[in-house]
Design a protein around this ligand. Structure first.
Ligand code: M6R
Length: 369
C-alpha cells in the first residue's frame, strides 16, 4: 500500500501535485470566481466579519501563519494566527463578528478542538479546514472546507500542509469575493497561477536528487538553522519542525530580520543554514535584505543552503548549495518552497537510520491536551 515507495512519507510527498489539484478542483475558475457553496456560512455573515482568528497546531499552525499574510493582503480584514494550545487560556477577544478558522488534518487534535469550542461559546463562527471527513473538528464547527489530500499516514505532515495552504488561499479569496472586493490585475494573475500551481509542485519534485545528496552529507551535523522572511518565515519554521521530528536534530527557524537581534550569535564555522529567498520581483526590498543576510552569515562561516527562484542571479554567488524553485507570486511561494525541505528532512532521517513514518515519541493525531 506504499505504492512502491519505501515510506508513506515519500509516497505522500510525491502525491502533492494531485492533492493540490484535487483541492482546487471545481472551486475556482480562470475568471477568478470562487465556488465554495459548501462553506455553509451565509454570505451575509461573512460580509460582517470584522476579524479572522486562525487556530491550529504544528504544521497546520504554519499553514495558518501563511494564511494571515494572504487574508490581510487580499481582503484587508485583520487576521491573527494563534497556537490552539495557547488560545483559550488567555481569554481572547471574540464576538459574533469574529470568524475563527480551525485548521486540522486529522480533525481530532484536542488542542484545536478545545480552542474552537471556546470560540463558539463566545459566539464566534467557526470554519474548519480539515482533511478527514466526518471527524470531530468539522462536526463541531459551523462550516467546513475539506482539503482533498487523501489519507495521510506518515506522522510528518506533507501533502496535508500543501492542501491546507490551498484551502486558506481559497477562503481568503472567497472572503474577498463575498465582500465585493474588486480584484485588480495582481490578484487575477495570482488566481490564474494558483489554478496551475500543481504543475510547479511537480517540477520541484523532478529536481530533488541534489537535495537528497546534500542531506546525506549533513547526517552527522548537530544543528541546522532556517531563515525566511514574509511567507518564507513560516516556511522556515516548517522546515525546522520537519527536521526535528524526523531527523531528531536541533533545528530552528527564524525570521531573517531577527538575526541581528540574537540568533546570529549561533552562526559558526560550517553550521548549515537554509535560507528561503523571496522572489526578486514583487517584494524586492525583502529580497535584497535577505541577500545581505546571506552575505552576513556566510562571512561568519555558515554553510549556506539557498532556496531561490530559478534565474535569481543575485543569490548564486553566496550560496554554497543552491536549490532552485519555479517562479510564483510571492504569497504562493510556500507551495513550492516547502517541498525541498520535506525531501531534505526525510532523507536526513533515513541517513541517520531513523524510522521515517513513525518518529519516536510522536503520534499521528494528538487527542490529548
Ligand atoms: O491533525 P492536525 O493537523 O490537527 O495535527 C496538527 C499537528 O499535530 C501536526 O501538524 C504535527 O505538527 C505534524 N506531525 C507535523 O509534521
Amino acid at each position: 500500500e506504499k505504492g512502491g515507495y519505501d515510506y508513506f512519507m515519500l509516497k505522500e510527498i510525491a502525491e502533492q501535485p494531485k492533492a493540490v489539484a484535487d483541492t482546487l478542483l471545481g472551486r475556482i475558475d480562470l475568471a477568478g470566481n470562487l465556488c465554495l457553496d459548501e462553506v455553509r456560512i451565509p454570505a451575509s455573515v461573512l460580509r460582517e466579519v470584522s476579524k479572522v482568528v486562525i487556530v491550529a497546531c504544528g504544521t497546520a499552525y504554519h499553514a495558518g501563519m501563511i494564511a494571515k499574510y494572504a487574508i490581510e493582503h487580499w481582503t484587508r480584514i485583520p487576521c491573527e494566527t494563534e497556537l490552539a494550545s495557547e488560545f483559550r487560556y488567555r481569554d481572547p477577544i471574540l464576538d459574533q463578528r469574529t470568524l475563527v478558522i480551525a485548521i486540522s488534518q486529522s480533525g481530532e487534535t484536542m488542542d484545536t478542538l478545545m480552542a474552537l469550542r471556546h470560540a463558539r461559546e463566545q459566539g464566534a463562527k467557526v470554519l474548519a479546514i480539515c482533511n478527514t471527513n466526518g471527524s470531530t473538528i468539522p462536526r463541531e464547527s459551523d462550516a467546513v472546507l475539506y482539503t482533498h489530500a487523501g489519507p495521510e499516514v506518515a506522522v510528518a505532515s506533507t501533502k496535508a500542509f500543501l492542501t491546507q495552504l490551498v484551502a486558506c488561499y481559497l477562503v481568503a479569496l472567497y472572503l474577498g469575493q463575498v465582500r465585493g472586493t474588486k480584484w485588480g490585475d495582481e490578484i487575477l494573475s495570482v488566481i490564474r497561477e494558483l489554478s496551475e500551481i500543481a504543475t510547479q509542485v511537480e517540477e520541484v519534485l523532478e529536481t530533488m536528487e541534489p537535495v537528497r545528496e546534500l542531506a546525506r552529507t549533513l547526517a552527522d551535523k548537530n544543528t541546522v538553522l532556517f531563515l525566511g522572511r514574509h511567507v518564507g518565515f513560516p516556511v522556515a519554521l516548517e522546515g525546522a519542525l520537519k527536521l526535528k521530528e524526523l531527523a531528531y536534530m536541533h533545528a530552528e527557524g527564524f525570521a531573517a530580520g531577527e538575526l541581528k537581534h540574537g540568533p546570529i550569535a549561533l552562526i559558526e564555522q560550517d553550521v548549515p543554514v537554509v535560507v528561503v529567498v523571496p522572489s526578486p520581483r514583487g517584494r524586492s526590498v525583502l529580497h535584497d535584505k535577505i541577500v545581505s543576510n546571506i552575505q552576513e552569515i556566510r562571512a561568519r562561516g555558515a554553510r549556506t543552503i539557498v532556496i531561490a527562484e530559478r534565474g535569481d542571479e543575485t543569490v548564486a554567488p553566496y550560496a554554497d548549495h543552491l536549490i532552485e524553485i519555479p517562479a510564483t507570486p510571492t504569497l504562493l511561494q510556500p507551495l513550492v518552497a516547502t517541498v525541498p525541505l520535506q525531501v531534505f528532512a526525510c532523507e536526513l532521517a533515513t541517513a541517520r537510520g531513523n524510522e521515517v513514518d513513525q518518529p519516536r515519541n510522536l503520534a499521528k493525531s494528538v487527542t490529548v491536551e
